[in-house]
Design a protein around this ligand. Structure first.
Ligand code: PLP
Length: 412
C-alpha cells in the first residue's frame, strides 16, 4: 500500500525545487548519486560502534563505507582524525562540548544576533543551558568581527573553549589570529565551519587547519552533500570525540547518510569542485554589485564568501519578514535574518540572507545573478501590485527555465 498523501507532498516539493530560485544560503542541491545513496538500503542497517568494533553482526560492508567516508574526509581537509557519524551540525557541536567540557564550564562563542549559531551558546539551546557561554560579535562601524573586543574577552573571561564560525557572516574569518589568542590564554579552539566548508575544501577561504583543536561542519551547505554533520580533530582528541558521539549522544549511525557523505567527499576532491566553489564566490560578487547598484545597504558592505545580508529595512523600509513573503510570492526563496544591532525582534528582523551555492549548482552564472539582484529590487522597492508580481514571475521563469535539474525521473 503506497502512502499517496506523503508522496504527493514530496512531489510538490520536488516541483518547488525545480522551479524556484533558491537563495537560502545554507541549502544546496545534491547530485543524483548522493540522492540515490541517501535513499539506499543502508537505511536498514544497525551499526552501533565504529568500523571493526561494532555491536551488531553483518557490518562488513557498512564498515567499508564508513572507512571510505573517514579517509576521504581526512584527505579533503588534511586533518588527523575524523568522525562522520553526527546526524546533524547541531549534534556535531553538542558532541564536541560533551567531549571537551564539564557542565558549567566557560565558553566563548559568536553572538547569534551578530551572525553566530544557536549551538554557540543561545540560552534556549543545549549549549547555553549546560555551559556558561559568553559572546563576542561585530563592531558597529564595520559590521565585521571586532577582534580587539574578542581578545579582551578571551583574556578577561578565560574560557575553557572558544568557538569560531557563523551562520550569517559574509566576510573572511581570521582563524589563525583567533586560535593564537585562544591558545595564549589556555583555551581550546573549535571552529564550526558549517557554512564555508565547501569554500575551505576548495582553498577559497583560509582553512581552520592546523590552528583549530577541533573542527565541525555540516555536510549539506557549500559542501553539497547530504544533510548531516562531521567532526575533525587532532589525533589525541579522537578517542574522546568518538566516545562523545557514540555512546555519548547517539545510538546507531545513519549508514545511508554516511554513504552519501562518502560520495560528497569524493565529489569535493575532484578538480571540478574547485571550479564550482569559485563560481559560488563570483556569483555572490555579481549579486553584491547588482544589489549595490539598486541602492541596497548590505551588512559589512558586501561579501567575501557565498552569502549576503541585505538590510531591507534601511533599503526599502520593510521588515525581513515582509521581504521574505514578497520574494516567496515570486518564486524566490530566501530567509529573513536579524542584522547586527537589529531593532526588530528576530521573528520580524530587518534583513534577509541570500546565498549563491544552490543556484550555482543549477548552473547560474554572474549575468543570472545580476538579473536576480534586479528582480529582488523591483519586487521590494515597488508597491505590492499584481502587475509588479506578474512581471517578476515572468523574469524568474525566464531564468529558471534555462537551468533544469532533477528532470526525467520521479526522485521521490
Ligand atoms: N553550525 C552552523 C554554523 C550552522 O549554520 C548550522 C545550521 O544552519 C548548524 C551548525 C546546525 O546544523 P544542523 O541544522 O544540521 O543541525
Amino acid at each position: 500500500m503506497r502512502d499517496n498523501e506523503v508522496f504527493k507532498s514530496v512531489e510538490k516539493e520536488l516541483n518547488r525545487q525545480r522551479n524556484n530560485i533558491e537563495l537560502i544560503a545554507s541549502e544546496n542541491f545534491v547530485s543524483e548519486e548522493i540522492l540515490e545513496l541517501a535513499g539506499s538500503v543502508l537505511t536498514n542497517k544497525y551499526a552501533e560502534g565504529y568500523p571493526g568494533k561494532r555491536y551488531y553482526g553483518g557490518c562488513q560492508f557498512v564498515d567499508e563505507v564508513e572507512t571510505l567516508a573517514i579517509n576521504r574526509l581526512k584527505e579533503l581537509f588534511g586533518c588527523e582524525y575524523a568522525n562522520v557519524q553526527p546526524h546533524s551540525g547541531a549534534q556535531a557541536n553538542t558532541a564536541v562540548y560533551l567531549a571537551l567540557l564539564d557542565h558549567g564550564d566557560k565558553v566563548l562563542g559568536m553572538s547569534l544576533a551578530d551572525g553566530g549559531h544557536l549551538t554557540h551558546g543561545h540560552p534556549l539551546n543545549y549549549s547555553g543551558i549546560n555551559y556558561e557561554f559568553y559572546s563576542y560579535g561585530v563592531s558597529r562601524d564595520t559590521e565585521t568581527i571586532d577582534y580587539e573586543d574578542y581578545k579582551h574577552k578571551v583574556e578577561t573571561i578565560r574560557p575553557k573553549l572558544v568557538v569560531a564560525g557563523a551562520s550569517a557572516y559574509s566576510r573572511i574569518i581570521d582563524f589563525k589570529y583567533m586560535a593564537q589568542i585562544a591558545h595564549d590564554n589556555g583555551a581550546l579552539f573549535m571552529v564550526d565551519m558549517a557554512h564555508i566548508a565547501g569554500l575551505v575544501a576548495a582553498g577559497l577561504h583560509p582553512s581552520p587547519f592546523p590552528y583549530a583543536d577541533v573542527v565541525t561542519t555540516t555536510t549539506h551547505k557549500t559542501l553539497r552533500g547530504p544533510r548531516g554533520g562531521v567532526i575533525m580533530c587532532k589525533e589525541e582528541l579522537g578517542k574522546d570525540i568518538d566516545r562523545a558521539v557514540f555512546p555519548g549522544m547517539q545510538g546507531g549511525p545513519l549508514m545511508h547518510i554516511i554513504a552519501a557523505k562518502a560520495a560528497c567527499f569524493y565529489e569535493a576532491l575532484q578538480p571540478e569542485f574547485k571550479d564550482y566553489a569559485k563560481q559560488i564566490i563570483k556569483n555572490a560578487k555579481a549579486l553584491e554589485q547588482s544589489l549595490k547598484e539598486e541602492g541596497f545597504r548590505l551588512v559589512a558592505d558586501g561579501t567575501d564568501n557565498h552569502l549576503i545580508l541585505i538590510d531591507v529595512k534601511a533599503s526599502c523600509g520593510i521588515s525581513g519578514k515582509k521581504a521574505e513573503r514578497l520574494l516567496d510570492e515570486i518564486n524566490i526563496t530566501a530567509n529573513k535574518n536579524a542584522i547586527p544591532f537589529d531593532t526588530e525582534k528576530p521573528f520580524k528582523a530587518s534583513g534577509i540572507r541570500v546565498g549563491t551555492p544552490a543556484m550555482t549548482t543549477k548552473g547560474f552564472n554572474e549575468d543570472d545573478f545580476r538579473e536576480v539582484g534586479k528582480i529582488i529590487a523591483y519586487r521590494l522597492k515597488n508597491d505590492e501590485t499584481d502587475e509588479v508580481k506578474e512581471a517578476c514571475l515572468k523574469r524568474v521563469k525566464a531564468l529558471t527555465d534555462k537551468v533544469r535539474m532533477y528532470q526525467g525521473k520521479s526522485y521521490l
